[in-house]
Design a protein around this ligand. Structure first.
Ligand SMILES: [Zn+2]
Length: 263
């Protein structure tokens, strides 16, 4: 059986364990069903997620010219504090920016290798946590737009990390943290504009990933360079496929690659 399609990040379903799906134009593959099976991945061509051309992918699944042009790749995506739609101010496309920025956003704490602060649209909870491979997370602030979430994150970053260590996340080198206690500790650092949006009484969400064997020394697979790779799939965590020989393949950072997947 061979499938072929352009990679976009895996879709997921919040069950125990989490279910992952690869969505190709003509196929919908439940990756959990490939666990303990030997699969072959092959790089075919590039296909920019915006223009569709066979041009090297620069970032986020887009070719270089699309990345510097389209509203889906603007700076405020990665740096929410730069959002300006609430001021009616356009960056690249005001209509798009209003649609995405002027909706409820969550500032959260997630623990994948260490506790970190992050921002996401409310509609992306718990998907965002699944994508990061967090085994526990909690919402701390719910605000009406992306800007307020961004300035809250910037303020909290002074007191808690905003990065995760992907190697430790994959090795499952993790600790159970009391995120309610973290939230209470960080409360006083929330900026005044967002103070009223603090969530005082919710509990941690715990996530269980489908992993049979964690890698001891995870080594990233560069499919463009190697062209083809075969291995036994032993786990899925975050947006990573984990193989028996400690190789790991990050689906999200390979968006825009057309690949063949055969069993
Ligand atoms: Zn393009």
């Amino acid at each position: 059986m061979t499938y072929q399609g352009v990679l976009t990040k895996m879709e997921s379903e919040f069950l125990e364990p989490i279910q992952y799906y690869l969505v190709f134009e003509n196929d919908f593959i439940n990756i959990n069903q490939l666990l303990e099976k030997r699969i072959t991945l092959e790089f075919v061509v590039y296909q920019c997620l915006n223009c569709g051309l066979n041009k090297p992918i620069f970032r986020q699944g887009f070719c270089k010219s699309c990345f510097f042009d389209i509203p889906q790749a603007a700076d405020w995506i990665m740096r929410p504090e730069l959002s300006t739609a609430h001021l009616d101010q356009e960056d690249r496309d005001l209509e798009y920016e209003k649609k995405v920025q002027l909706q409820p956003h969550i500032v959260y704490l997630a623990n994948s290798s260490n506790v970190k602060v992050g921002v996401t649209r409310k509609s992306q909870v718990p998907t965002r946590w699944i994508d990061q491979g967090a085994h526990e997370a909690i919402e701390i602030v719910e605000v009406p737009n992306r800007y307020l979430a961004g300035i809250t994150e910037v303020a909290l970053k002074e007191h808690v990390s905003d990065k995760t260590n992907w190697r430790n996340m994959l090795k499952n080198d993790i600790q159970d943290e009391d995120l309610v206690a973290w939230r209470e500790r960080l409360k006083s650092y929330i900026p005044e504009e967002a103070h009223d949006y603090y969530i005082a009484n919710n509990t941690e969400t715990n996530l269980v990933f489908p992993v049979d064997k964690y890698p001891e020394k995870p080594k990233s697979l560069n499919l463009v360079k190697e062209k083809q790779y075969s291995g036994k799939l032993v786990g899925i965590k975050g947006q990573y496929l984990i193989f028996d020989d400690d190789r790991v393949f990050n689906i999200r950072s390979n968006e825009g690659l057309v690949i063949g997947l055969s069993l």
